[in-house]
Design a protein around this ligand. Structure first.
Ligand code: SAH
Length: 199
């Protein structure tokens, strides 16, 4: 499958019905998800994949479309219901689990792919909790962050190592009232982090 084909398939997916501002529910745009997953596929990282805070499932479903065995973990039942419908729509098998990431204990995962909440709101666990859990779960982690997160990520993931940082254009759609433009393109950073023995 080509990257553009994956993007077009992921564009068909249903988004958050009523995105929760407090849980920082921003769906990863199809173009960003396709880019992330192709980078992971090129490195042979799409064996058994877990999407932490999977929301409506775009990363987990995209990974499954590229041949991964995929698991999606999400705290919000409504978002998970959408994720399940989305997987059915694209006829892929994904194990969706309703759980709080901070209480999770998953075995047998090769790679975590995630677009974690940044932690600006109290109701979401925030990127520290997600990063910690990701490194406890898998030896390889792909995680999206705001521009300029390098210092924080590099020191936080120790003894894990940041292997690569990719800059990705992220079309931010208007989904909350205070966003004034319909689409604004920002840049985000995708980190590939490894930790030899699961950290
Ligand atoms: N991964 C999705 C959604 C990103 S938004 C995508 O790429 O489109 C972040 C998601 O993390 C939201 O769906 C939010 O509900 C979820 N979340 C926030 N705190 C969580 C927690 N403690 N445990 C599990 N999921 C959580």
């Amino acid at each position: 499958m080509k990257k553009k084909q994956l993007e077009m398939m992921l564009e068909k997916l249903e988004g958050f019905g009523r995105p929760s501002f407090y849980r920082e529910q921003y769906a990863t745009p199809a173009s960003v998800a396709a880019e992330m997953l192709f980078l992971a596929a090129m490195r042979g990282d799409l064996g058994t994949v877990c999407d932490l805070g999977c929301g409506t499932g775009v990363l987990a479903i995209g990974a499954a479309l590229l041949g991964a065995r995929a698991v999606g973990v999400e705290i919000d039942g409504e978002a998970l219901a959408v994720a399940r419908r989305n997987a059915e729509k694209l006829k892929v098998d994904v194990d969706f689990v309703r759980a709080d990431v901070s209480r999770l204990d998953l075995m047998g995962i090769d790679t975590v792919v995630m677009n974690p909440p940044f932690g600006a709101q109290k109701a979401s666990a925030g990127d520290r909790v997600f990063l910690r859990k990701a490194l406890q779960t898998a030896k390889t982690v792909y995680s999206l962050h705001n521009l300029g997160s390098e210092g924080f990520v590099r020191s936080f993931v120790k003894p894990g190592t940041v292997e690569e940082i990719y800059r990705i254009a992220f079309p931010l759609k208007r989904c909350f009232e205070f966003h004034s433009q319909d689409v604004k393109v920002i840049e985000v950073e995708l980190y590939r982090i490894t930790c030899e023995s699961v950290c």
